[in-house]
Design a protein. Structure first.
Length: 139
């Protein structure tokens, strides 16, 4: 199992998320990795459908709804009914959320650099290219 690709991919993902949570906590932020994912998806300023967020984060609706509720409670994002489809909600990043994400990105980049320093630039590029191919194949 130690040489299994999917086992190792899973382990890298879980450890990366663990490091992310610890880094945010140590920097004084009460943000979970799934919160960061949602804020990052919303960072281009366009409101996103709640289902789209669930699909892109590969999380079930209940988990995403709970995370969105937590971010709304903290006034980092907003949820409004989609005027084109009343069954759907649109999620938007609020100014406080944008500011929080900017701060979190500094923490994230420092953490990421510490982990990825083990890889050469070429190894990073190859890894990202392989991930993109696998994502395309599985979506």
């Amino acid at each position: 199992m130690k040489n299994d690709f999917f086992y190792n991919s899973y382990l890298v993902t879980r450890l990366f998320l663990k490091h992310m949570g610890v880094s945010f906590k140590e920097a004084g932020h009460k943000i979970l990795p799934e919160h960061w994912l949602i804020l990052t998806l919303l960072s281009d300023g366009k409101p996103l459908n709640q289902q789209y967020i669930a699909n892109r984060t590969v999380k079930d609706k209940a988990t995403i709804t709970r995370a969105i509720d937590q971010l709304i409670e903290r006034k980092l994002i907003s949820r409004k009914q989609n005027p084109k489809d009343r069954r759907a909600n649109l999620i938007s990043l609020l100014p406080a959320g944008k500011k929080e994400l900017e701060t979190l990105m500094k923490v994230f980049q420092k953490m990421e650099k510490g982990i990825l320093d083990e890889l050469s630039v070429e190894e990073r590029k190859t890894t990202i290219a392989l991930f993109k191919r696998l994502i395309k194949e599985m979506e």
